[in-house]
Write a protein that binds this ligand. Structure first.
Ligand code: MF3
Ligand code: CO
Ligand code: CO
Length: 311
């Protein structure tokens, strides 16, 4: 494939050079009590083809609110562990326990064979980092991506947390990635084309000379973890399909300080930027309403990690 040309990367934005993130050791799979309802892929690892409707029923919407609120609570708790010295596997342990104690199943666990209960993506890791023995260091940034299966539906949300004292350029990256997500959420309403989402994100990213990752996109989410809707975070003119009331999906932009290409680690999951520059991500699950959008991944009080930790 030809190398894509992209706007945005400039040498002046280079953060201090740092050692790349190295894989640690991955511990054994955590167990889920037999009483907890599991998604269909939990045993085989295979979610099969997506068959669910892209529009949720009123009952499913009520469930999405419960699952989303639980995911938001767990992500806020996970954020308390984003401090120097925490092994990412300790975040996995806590997220796993908090999800199970709410009666849920940690959606990543055995999804297409993913070995852990949450994704933890540090510094140049774009997404799908596997929790392991690596300890967080002062100055790291870490995306924690929590998904819970509760009440027959998934709530999927993530936040990038600052670990200790983070350099100014990385702090800007995290701040603007969060804003890009909300700029996109603000365009969601019935009748709007899906390409308005990517246009909003790309417009914001370009203002700050940040790259927009193209290889991982937002997705329909509901009774299935990843259902049929595709939500690119860059401007894709041909995505003219219109949003409809009741549709449920994520917006989860990944912005970078440099290029937008990725390399996959040997674990077949961890996606790192090819140039080693840092990347940040935020994610909410939402439902299109009659006149706009409702975020499901907020607490009953309307709180979420992105608003508490990343502003
Ligand atoms: N939560 C991720 C998303 O936003 C998906 C993780 S899949 C896993 O879509 F298998 F890596 F957990
Ligand atoms: Co998602
Ligand atoms: Co996610």
């Amino acid at each position: 494939m030809a190398k894509r040309k992209r706007k945005g990367a400039t040498a002046t934005l280079a953060p201090p050079s740092e050692p790349p993130v190295q894989p640690g050791m991955i511990g054994p799979r955590r167990s889920v009590p037999a009483t907890v309802a599991r998604p269909p892929y939990a045993l085989s690892g295979d979610p099969g083809p997506s068959v669910s409707d892209v529009v949720r029923t009123p009952d499913e919407i009520a469930s999405m609110r419960r699952a989303g609120a639980a995911a938001a609570e767990v992500l806020m708790i996970a954020g308390t562990l984003a401090v120097p010295g925490t092994p990412t596997d300790a975040i996995d342990a806590r997220v796993h326990d908090e999800i199970v104690s709410r009666g849920g199943y940690p959606s990543p666990l055995n999804y297409r064979g993913f070995p852990k209960s949450v994704c933890t993506s540090v510094n140049e890791i774009i997404c799908h980092g596997i929790p392991d023995t690596r300890q967080l260091r002062d100055g790291d940034i870490i995306n924690i991506d929590v998904t819970i299966f509760l009440d027959g539906v998934h709530g999927d949300t993530s936040c990038t947390f600052l670990v200790g004292d983070v350099d100014e350029v990385s702090t800007m990256l995290v701040r603007e990635t969060r804003i890009a997500m909300y700029e996109a959420i603000n365009v969601v309403a019935p009748g709007q084309p899906f390409n308005a989402i990517g246009r909003a994100i790309q417009t914001h990213a370009e203002k700050h000379r940040l790259g927009v990752v193209r290889d991982f996109i937002g997705h329909g989410v509901g009774t299935e973890f990843h259902s049929n809707l595709q939500i690119p975070h860059y401007y894709q003119p041909r995505f003219t399909k219109k949003m409809e009331s009741g549709m449920s999906f994520t917006i989860e932009p990944m912005l970078t300080l440099g290029g937008i290409d990725f390399v996959l680690w040997d674990d077949d999951w961890t996606a790192a930027t090819s140039d080693g520059r840092r990347t940040a991500q935020f994610e909410h699950t939402m439902i299109v309403t009659a006149d706009g959008v409702e975020l499901t991944t907020v607490t009953p009080g309307g709180e979420c990690a992105a608003d508490i930790y990343a502003t």
